[in-house]
Design a binder for this molecule. Structure first.
Ligand SMILES: [Cu+2]
Length: 232
C-alpha cells in the first residue's frame, strides 16, 4: 500500500511541476515612428533648492525617444483575459521625490500593495494623487527623509500624481489586480514574466500618445508583441 501512496504523490508533483513550467514571458518592443520631438527643458528657478541640485539641464519625461528609435515609459499590461486571484506582494513600491522629479515617472503596482512615497530633497513637496476610481489624497512632506505609505483598493489605469509646489512634477501609476504589467525601458523593451497560457488583450498606455490594444496568445514558450507609436 505504501508504494501506491508514493506513486500517487509522485504523479501529483509531476502534474504540479508541468503546470508551473507552462507559464511564458510576454516580451516586446515599442518603436517610435517619425521624427523625435525636441526635448522640453524644465525651468526650476522658482525653487532654488531644486535648481541647486542640478548642474545641467533637466528635461521633461513625458516623451522620451530612445537612441535606438524606440519609446520609453510606455505602460504595458494585460487588460482582459486574466483568470484567478493574485494577492499583492508584501514588498512596497517606492515613489521617490529626488532632484524635484518623481522617480519613476511611469510605474505599476497591485491593488493592496504599499506605495512608499519618499522625500529625498531638502525642500517641501506635496504628493497629490488624483485617481478617479480610488480615493484621492494630498500629503505634504516638508522635510528630507519623510515617508508616507498609501495603497489603492481598486484597479485603475492610470493614477496621476502631481506636486502642487512644483508644477513640472508629475508621475503616473497603473494599479492592477494582477502582476502582469511592465514599462518600456531605455531600449524600448518590456518583459511581462510568467503569464499563464491564454489569449489576452494587451493594452499599452503612453502619457502623450494614448492607448493601443492588441490580442495576443501566450503559450508555454511565451509570446511577442510589438507596438508602434504614434499610432500608424
Ligand atoms: Cu515638489
Amino acid at each position: 500500500m505504501k508504494t501506491i501512496n508514493q506513486l500517487y504523490i509522485m504523479v501529483f508533483f509531476l502534474i504540479l511541476s508541468t503546470l508551473a513550467v507552462h507559464a511564458g514571458d510576454l516580451k516586446g518592443t515599442v518603436k517610435f515612428s517619425g521624427k523625435a520631438p525636441a526635448l522640453r527643458e524644465i525651468k526650476m528657478e522658482g525653487d532654488r533648492n531644486c535648481a541647486q541640485m542640478h548642474h545641467g539641464p533637466v528635461y521633461s519625461e513625458d516623451v522620451i525617444v530612445n537612441k535606438n528609435g524606440t519609446l520609453k515609459n510606455v505602460f504595458v499590461y494585460l487588460k482582459e483575459g486574466v483568470k484567478g486571484k493574485y494577492s499583492a506582494p508584501s514588498t512596497p513600491v517606492v515613489l521617490a521625490q529626488e532632484g524635484c522629479m518623481y522617480h519613476p515617472h511611469i510605474f505599476g503596482m497591485q491593488v493592496g500593495q504599499t506605495l512608499e512615497i519618499v522625500n529625498d530633497d531638502p525642500t517641501l513637496h506635496n504628493i497629490h494623487a488624483l485617481p478617479k476610481e480610488n480615493t484621492p489624497f494630498n500629503v505634504g512632506q516638508p522635510l528630507k527623509g519623510m515617508k508616507t505609505a498609501k495603497s489603492f483598493d481598486k484597479p485603475e489605469v492610470m493614477v496621476k500624481f502631481k506636486c502642487d509646489v512644483h508644477n513640472w512634477m508629475s508621475a503616473y501609476c497603473g494599479v492592477l489586480d494582477h502582476p502582469f504589467f511592465a514599462v518600456s525601458d531605455e531600449n524600448g523593451n518590456f518583459d511581462i514574466k510568467n503569464v499563464p497560457p491564454g489569449t489576452y488583450t494587451v493594452e499599452t498606455w503612453h502619457e502623450k500618445y494614448g492607448v493601443q490594444d492588441m490580442k495576443v496568445t501566450v503559450t508555454a514558450k511565451g509570446a511577442k508583441a510589438n507596438f508602434v507609436y504614434p499610432k500608424p
